[in-house]
Design a protein around this ligand. Structure first.
Ligand code: ATP
Ligand code: MG
Length: 873
């Protein structure tokens, strides 16, 4: 049986021999295309070439591309596991011609590869050809038909409509007819019974499309018309797992060696068997498939999260967890255990899996654990909801409760309900969600007055990158009342040096100065619907004059230092920890900075030092700010600028560069990294599964930090007096001496107690068959008790009364052997209570041991004297 890795290799070698350059797979996670989260076809990375935006390095290219079809136009998620030939993540083998060869070569090479190199039986192959479209005025793709006719019998050529056989990238852009290759892998009997041709494109699991050859020759214009392209291209895609199924003589992708190692591992871990029960099989297929998708996504730097692409990945993993939980009875995390097998199997061709194995392993494990907790709670609740429900539809507000309090995903609730034969009131859910939003809106209600327009010109120019002080005119203002802040005024100017809060950075503070010297303080600056709004406690007296707007330069400098340091920190983390580090949140204040990023484990002190050293090294290099306010977005990205996932960027962006750190950013920065002065990490911790947080200080806060530290140090040195030459050694010597002294003291006390015991034994008086002693001892309470019990263990007719005056507290402790308690009806508790009065105190305990504490130590001798009366009576 041919191994799948040889199947992949043969494909690439075949086209390489035909002068195709072998190129690597593009990342599966797309970060710079707002229309696409994940690569869903081999052509994605070559889009630019078809559009003519960029010239390809090579006119013929071949590769295997990691694809993920779980969102957007191509979403196979619901099929996966239920059928045997759709995956979330799969490899697409492809060959491309960019304005080079066309239909003839594409068709004949595909045939040659399938039948001669791979040796697929010609009798099981069907091909499809575009039949033409009236609406587009396109005829049958005669060219393709003729090329096929020269190779295969005409009854194997099936005509397909625009939906199946005309491929378009989107509403506009390059497009053209396609020709698909299908295989019929049913048994000979089945094939004799029903002809394969009638099953093509009919969702039959053993009559499946394996290869799609797209001939790009048109451009779809905005008005819907097609124009012939100057160049013609070939774009083909063959499912690697489906091809393996055919070549390995299997009837399911999951029976190929692409999947069997993982499936065996799942069987072992979960003590289940594949191929016995359909429901178990689906669960096993779901898990085998999803672990691949999730592992490859994480390797590409996309951690599971609550938003965007991260949320899609989280949902894929949760789907797998849920199937394992329900159908394989897995109540504990187990999917992460598959990572090892997966990485071993794929690492040869996809080394990123091996490189990032630990991250993948840990992230999946953490995700599993946290979701299992949610799941257990949610499922219980859902069961109750179902039990208490009348009818087959579950109300939306119940599902909302699960969603709101347990983070139970609504699609999961719907899925579970569907399996149990219930439906979900989706509308009711949406309504409940909306209601909640309204409630929270009401809670934070502010009363905003109408804008008073002074100058009717909405253009407000921001000049704060260059100026901190400028003459301004008030164009509009309004009054805002809120519970939290009382009455405030929002001011808008024609021009402003104030930076409005954004990109994590706080808004500027400062003041407006009138010609008569009056000041109006600006306490914060925010952005709203593109207006820069300045918040003030009151209005200037004369609204129409020209004011001098002055930004608090100190606060600005400190924020700028922290913002620039944040970029360097981002770069440092990626350099020290790896490319999986992605910004998850950032806060730049004047006093400190806070940076959240994806990473699975606590940073070691070595890592933290390495990060801080990296940033400080950039500060020392005195890197100048290279700012470009007008970079076309794609150019910025091409130049390696770091854009944040989930951020919306315009066509033209501002780039901030310090050395090798380039980010898209609208914030304010230092002119040179030396102005950051120094970078100190003050804390590191976890925010969520897989997300860490670093807080740090720079500039004058760092200076203050050093000053305080050195003052404290000076005080330590002073306290050490003569020993201050090497204070560290002095402190350590002190600690050592202290430990030695402690030991000595303990030993002395022990010896003392031993001596005392012997002494006391000699002082015992025999009275009425009782060994009696009443005396004062200089011991603490614990030692007195120990001593009493030690003596007690040597006699069974002992009566002891100890008086002590330790640390200013008078104490009486009475011990009476158990035999005496019984035979003579003595009770230590009663005795100390009575004698306690003499020391102005009280106490109690048990009949054989009791203590009393009091204020009057002078009463102790009296009490001791009285003790004898208890046994004489
Ligand atoms: P299908 O109709 O079977 O879903 P498709 O028309 O969506 O296939 P294309 O978009 O033409 O497929 O993709 C090219 C090739 O990629 C297909 O011929 C098939 O071999 C493979 N392929 C497509 N989707 C998947 C998937 N979800 N899992 C595995 N392989 C796939
Ligand atoms: Mg499809």
């Amino acid at each position: 049986m041919i191994k799948s890795r040889d199947i992949r290799k043969k494909f690439l070698d075949f086209f390489n021999e035909k002068e195709h350059a072998i190129v690597p797979s593009a990342p599966m996670v797309i970060k710079d295309d707002p229309t696409l989260m994940f690569t869903n076809a081999g052509m994605n990375q070559f889009k630019e070439y078809f559009l003519g935006n960029k010239a390809p390095k090579s006119k013929r290219v071949t590769d295997t591309q990691k694809c993920l079809r779980v969102s957007g136009k191509h979403n196979d998620l619901e099929e996966v596991g239920k059928d045997t030939y759709h995956h979330t993540m799969f490899e697409m083998l492809g060959n491309w011609s960019f304005g080079d060869y066309f239909k003839k070569e594409a068709i004949s090479w595909a045939w040659e590869l399938l039948t001669e190199v791979y040796g697929i039986d010609k009798d099981i192959i069907y091909v499809t050809v575009f039949e033409g479209s009236d609406s587009d005025g396109l005829p049958l793709d005669q060219e393709a038909y003729d090329f096929w006719k020269a190779i295969v019998a005409e009854d194997r050529i099936i005509l397909g409509n625009k939906k199946d056989n005309f491929w378009e990238m989107g509403d506009q852009g390059p497009c053209g007819p396609s020709s698909e290759i299908h295989v019929d892998i049913r048994s000979a009997e089945q094939r004799a019974e029903i002809p394969g041709a009638s099953l093509v494109n009919m969702d039959h699991p053993q009559v499946v499309e394996i290869w799609n050859l797209v001939f790009i020759e048109f451009n779809r214009k905005a008005d819907g018309a097609l124009e012939k392209l100057a160049e013609q291209h070939v774009d083909t895609g063959m499912g690697f797992e489906r091809l393996s199924m055919v070549l390995q003589g299997k009837t399911s992708n999951y029976d190929t060696d692409v999947f069997t190692p993982i499936i065996r591992e799942i069987e072992t871990i979960t003590s289940s068997e594949y191929g016995v029960n359909e429901q178990t099989d689906i669960a096993i297929r779901v898990i085998a498939d999803h672990v691949r998708a999730v592992a490859f996504a994480i390797a590409d730097g996309q951690l599971p999260s609550n938003t965007g692409a991260g949320y899609v990945i989280r949902r894929i993993l949760r789907r797998a967890i849920r199937y394992g939980f329900t159908f394989l009875n897995q109540k504990e995390a187990f999917i992460y255990k598959l990572v090892d097998t997966l990485s071993k199997q794929m690492q040869e061709f996809f080394p990123e899996l091996k490189k990032q194995k630990n991250i993948i392993y840990n992230v999946i494990k953490e995700e599993e654990n946290s979701f299992l907790r949610t799941l257990a709670q949610g499922l219980l609740l859902l069961d109750t909801v179902i039990k208490e429900n009348k009818g087959s539809e579950i109300p939306g507000d119940k599902a909302f409760e699960l969603y709101d309090t347990f983070g139970f995903p609504i699609d999961l609730t719907a899925l579970i309900l569907q399996e149990k034969g219930y439906t979900l009131d989706q509308e009711g859910f949406k309504a409940a969600l909306e209601k909640q939003k309204n409630r929270s809106r009401a809670a934070t209600k502010v009363e905003t007055g109408d804008w008073e327009i002074l100058i009717d010109d909405p253009v407000e120019e921001f000049v704060g990158y260059d100026l901190l002080k400028t003459p301004v005119k008030l164009t509009r203002y309004r009054k805002v009342e809120s519970k939290k802040e009382g009455t405030m005024y929002q001011l808008v100017f024609n021009i402003t040096p104030f930076y409005a809060e954004g990109g994590g950075q706080v808004g500027d503070k400062g003041y407006l100065q009138s010609s008569n010297g009056d000041l109006v303080y600006i306490v914060d600056t925010k952005k709203e619907n593109n207006l820069i709004i300045h918040l003030a406690k009151h209005l200037p007296e004369n609204l129409y004059e020209t004011f001098t707007a002055v930004v608090d330069s100190n606060q600005r400098e400190r924020s700028s230092a922290n913002h620039s340091a944040t970029h360097l920190l981002h770069q440092a983390l990626r350099s020290v920890l790896g490319d999986h580090v992605e910004q998850k949140g950032s806060m730049v204040r004047s006093g400190y900075l806070r940076f959240d990023f994806s990473h699975f484990s606590k940073l070691t002190s070595e890592e933290l030092s390495a990060v801080a050293d990296f940033v400080n090294a950039r500060i020392k290099e005195h890197l100048p700010l290279e700012e470009n306010r007008q970079t076309p977005y794609h150019l910025a990205i091409e130049n390696g600028a770091m854009a944040l996932f989930g951020e919306k960027y315009g066509d033209v962006v501002r780039t901030i560069k310090f050395g090798d750190s380039i980010e898209l950013c609208g914030g304010t920065h230092v002119k040179n990294t030396r102005d950051i002065w120094h970078f100190i990490i003050t804390s590191e911790g976890a925010v969520a599964a897989g997300v860490r947080r670093i807080e740090a200080i720079t500039y004058d806060t760092a200076q203050e930090y050093f000053t305080t530290q050195s003052e404290t140090f000076q005080r330590v040195k002073d306290a050490l007096k003569g020993n201050s030459a090497d204070p560290l050694k002095a402190v350590m010597t002190l600690q050592e001496e202290n430990a030695a002294l402690k030991k000595q003291v303990e030993q002395l006390l022990k010896d003392k107690a031993k001596g005392l015991k012997t002494e006391l034994k000699m002082s015992l008086e025999s009275i009425n068959g009782v060994e009696f002693l009443a005396t004062e001892v200089d011991l603490d309470q614990g030692s007195i008790k120990d001593l009493a019990f030690e003596l007690g263990s040597e006699y069974d007719n002992l009566f002891l009364l100890f008086g002590s005056n330790h640390n200013g507290k008078a104490m009486l402790s009475c011990y009476i052997s158990k035999d005496l308690v019984k035979d003579r009806d003595l009770n230590a508790g009663t005795i100390v209570r009575e004698l306690g009065k003499l020391i102005q105190g009280g106490g109690g305990g048990q009949p054989f041991f009791a203590t009393a504490g009091g204020k009057n130590a002078a009463g102790i001798p009296e009490a001791l004297k009285k003790a004898k009366s208890y046994i004489q009576a």
